[in-house]
Design a protein around this ligand. Structure first.
Ligand code: LRH
Ligand code: MN
Length: 388
């Protein structure tokens, strides 16, 4: 009992999944950052690698940047370079989690000078957005405390609201502030933006161009993430996703590998809520680290996993499901839902790609292209890009 693939083929057109520049550099864990042959040394090389993902999948037309990791002297030149290799510059991610001054906070800090320094960094990011043509300023804050009593949690919320207001008021008319929440890490007692509710409260106070970023790795184990997705869409405050997957904490693994069924359920709520397709302004992004696997193939696998689960979620027979739900037919409703999840769409997607001039099997096509061997042979010397 599923909709047939031909019935959803058009709905897969134009799917866009933004890839993160930092996934092409070395990231690593708290214990080790493994270098890998061919890793980019420059922002341009990161963009060239990201462009390979779009070339072979048609799914990744934009690349998110992280400041200062992707700081350059001339963003207009970078924008042109991106367009030359076939991608565009996407979300600008701020960074207030690698500066000694921010040890005890940044936008929440008790010292107005430290808050102003953090605010100025975000104003610089807004400047950069003007040059890159980016719509979204994504703000993730590592701020919090490690011990009870260490921090005035209420006071920090008030200072956060004031700082965000100052930043929000400097946005251009077609720009958005996207506030990302995370349950814990690097703070281990309280985090100032730990959950969707806190992010929602802060962005709702700012205005309509302030929205929430949901990173799928930022919840307590057992959280029903698709319920949060449904609620944020209902509230008109779901701005973007940072897709990845995890077995334990913020593992930042390839999306859809740890729990493909969860990804299916999340995408179903996006489709059901109208947050998928050309009329939606929800940004779908990856936020991952390829600590041991090759990065470009890892990114190709990631966007294909999202496309595949999107296709399966689009196959849910919505009318039959709604009828079964209204009839209180529990098992039939679940069966209709699972039928779509269990439908192997891969052969259909292969044909769908070929009909659109894309390789039926993007991973095989990339591996056969020689690009990986080329960068591993030619990117000798220099400093491999990473999180510092
Ligand atoms: C924080 C986070 C955030 C990024 C960083 C690279 O864990 O998810 O989105 O800034 O990863
Ligand atoms: Mn994230």
């Amino acid at each position: 009992m599923t909709t047939c693939f031909d019935g959803i083929a058009a709905l897969l057109e134009g799917q866009a999944i933004e890839v993160p520049s930092w996934a092409y550099g070395n990231s690593g864990t708290r214990f080790k950052t493994f270098g890998t042959p061919g890793t980019p040394r420059t922002v341009e090389e990161k963009l060239a690698d990201a462009a390979q993902v779009h070339r072979f999948t048609g799914l990744a037309p934009s690349v998110g940047l992280h400041i200062p990791w992707d700081k350059v002297d001339d963003y207009d030149k970078l924008r042109r370079y991106a367009e030359d290799v076939g991608v565009r510059l996407g979300t600008i991610n701020s960074n207030t989690f690698q500066d000694d001054d921010y040890r005890l906070g940044a936008l929440t800090h008790t010292d107005r000078r430290i808050r102003q320094k953090a605010i100025d960094h975000h104003l610089e990011c807004i400047e950069i957005m003007g040059a890159t043509g980016s719509r979204d300023l994504k703000v993730w804050l590592a701020e919090g405390s490690n011990y009870p009593g260490q921090a005035d949690m209420r006071g920090r919320q008030d200072r956060l609201a004031e700082s965000l207001r100052t930043i929000y008021d400097r946005l251009g008319d077609d720009q958005r502030l996207v506030l990302e929440y995370k349950l814990f890490e690097p703070a281990f007692y309280h985090t100032d933006v730990p959950d969707w509710g806190t992010s929602y409260v802060q962005v709702a106070a700012l205005g309509e161009r302030a929205v929430v970023c949901l990173d799928t790795g930022h919840h307590a184990p057992g959280t029903n993430i698709e319920f949060i997705v449904a609620q944020l869409i209902r509230l008109g405050k779901l701005g973007s996703f940072d897709f990845n997957s995890r077995f334990y904490a913020d593992d930042d693994l390839i999306v859809g590998t740890a729990d493909p069924f969860q990804l299916f359920r999340i995408l179903f709520e996006c489709i059901r809520g109208g947050a998928y397709g050309p009329d939606s302004d929800v940004a779908y992004m990856l936020d991952q680290c390829h600590n041991i696997e090759k990065k470009i193939p890892g990114q190709i696998r990631s966007v294909l996993n999202v496309q595949e689960m999107t296709a399966r979620a689009l196959l849910v027979d919505r009318d039959a499901l709604t009828q079964a739900q209204e009839d209180g037919d529990i098992l039939l409703a679940n069966e209709i839902f699972m039928d779509a999840f269990y439908t192997d769409v891969r052969p259909h997607l292969a044909a769908w790609r070929e009909e659109r001039g894309l390789p039926a099997d993007p991973m095989r096509a990339y591996l056969a292209s020689g690009y990986q061997e080329h960068i591993e042979a030619n990117r000798i010397g220099g400093t491999q890009a990473g999180w510092n």
